[in-house]
Design a protein around this ligand. Structure first.
Ligand SMILES: [Zn+2]
Length: 318
């Protein structure tokens, strides 16, 4: 693995200064590297979209389809999109940070929101917002499923069957959903690793769906320092951490996820968990438990926020 040293930390600090002063309309001009810190949405946001969309899409037939010509991360939306006309939504579900729209024909439309993707059902008469790349009419209800994405890092792809989609997830070695993982599974993945526990939480091959926000919050909740190595965690630590991940994600879902910039649920409503953060993004502010200032370090190019008292550093390092 390439080591990114202090240079990147400086870049990130500069990025945060730049981002702090950015207005929404300038957002597109920010280089990708600077936005690495702000990758959203994570599992709770995607789950909220899925829960919002499910009752609105289930059983609905697809009428006309309109797709833009601009490239997403998955490339231009191909002519295959037109073959969806007349098909019907039969299930809406989530795997990791992916949204799966199952169709009555057996095909599956896979959607990843990237950084700024929004997948929402709107009234067909409502004005079409800029950066809308796909409109799918829901036959007979005067509503449309729309995909909007300012940065266009989103992903749209059609799979011929659920089996084909399952083997795609298999090929990317996507780890277990946090609630499906047992302490034994989690310990097996962590116990031989020299990597910091923060990085292990972000590894989608271990647990699917956890990103920077919820990794920091879970480490705080389990009182573990983000730099602690996987192999130094006791069985008790591993169990505590897994429970903390599950609790934090559940709480975040109950608040409809976190809106830092563009994320909205499947009906256009923002999330509210950003008001509940204990340490994430709170560098220099008082720890809610001990009042010591929250600190921030950079691990593998990502910010990690923690309390130096509640999350004691391994071997006296901070
Ligand atoms: Zn504290």
């Amino acid at each position: 693995m390439v080591k990114l040293g202090r240079g990147l930390e400086r870049v990130n600090k500069k990025a945060e200064r730049i981002l702090g002063s950015l207005l929404e309309e300038n957002y597109n001009s920010v280089p990708f590297l600077f936005l690495g810190e702000y990758l959203l949405p994570e599992l709770p946001e995607v789950e909220t979209v899925v829960r919002d969309l499910r009752p609105l899409l289930m059983g609905q037939s697809i009428g006309g389809v309109l797709a833009g010509k601009k490239k997403l991360r998955s490339g231009k939306i191909g002519r295959w999109i037109l073959t969806l006309e007349g098909d019907q939504f039969s299930a809406v579900r989530r795997r990791g940070k992916w949204i799966i729209l199952e169709l009555a024909s057996g095909r599956c439309l896979l959607v990843h929101l990237g950084m700024t993707g929004q997948l929402k059902v709107m009234n067909a008469r409502e004005g079409v917002e800029s950066h809308t790349h796909l409109r799918m009419e829901l036959a007979g209800v005067e509503k449309e499923l729309r995909y909007r994405d300012i940065r266009r890092f989103g992903w749209l792809e059609l799979f011929a069957s659920a089996e084909e989609l399952a083997s795609y997830f298999c090929s990317m070695k996507l780890g277990l959903e946090p609630w499906e993982a047992s302490p034994e599974y989690f310990q097996e993945k962590l116990q031989n690793s020299q990597r910091p526990v923060k990085n292990l939480l972000l590894d989608q091959e271990i647990l699917a769906g956890v990103g920077n926000i919820y990794a920091d919050e879970s480490l705080f909740e389990s009182r573990l320092h983000p730099r602690k190595k996987g192999k130094s965690l006791s069985r008790e630590d591993v169990e505590k951490l897994l429970k903390a991940v599950q609790r934090v994600l559940t709480r975040a879902i109950s608040h409809r996820g976190s809106t830092l910039r563009n994320y909205v649920g499947g009906t256009g409503l923002k999330g509210g968990f950003q008001n509940e953060f204990q340490v994430y993004g709170r560098e220099g502010e008082a720890c809610p438990v001990c009042s010591k200032a929250v600190e921030r370090i950079v691990l593998a190019g990502r910010s990690a926020h923690y309390c130096p008292i509640c999350q004691p550093s391994p071997k006296g390092r901070s």
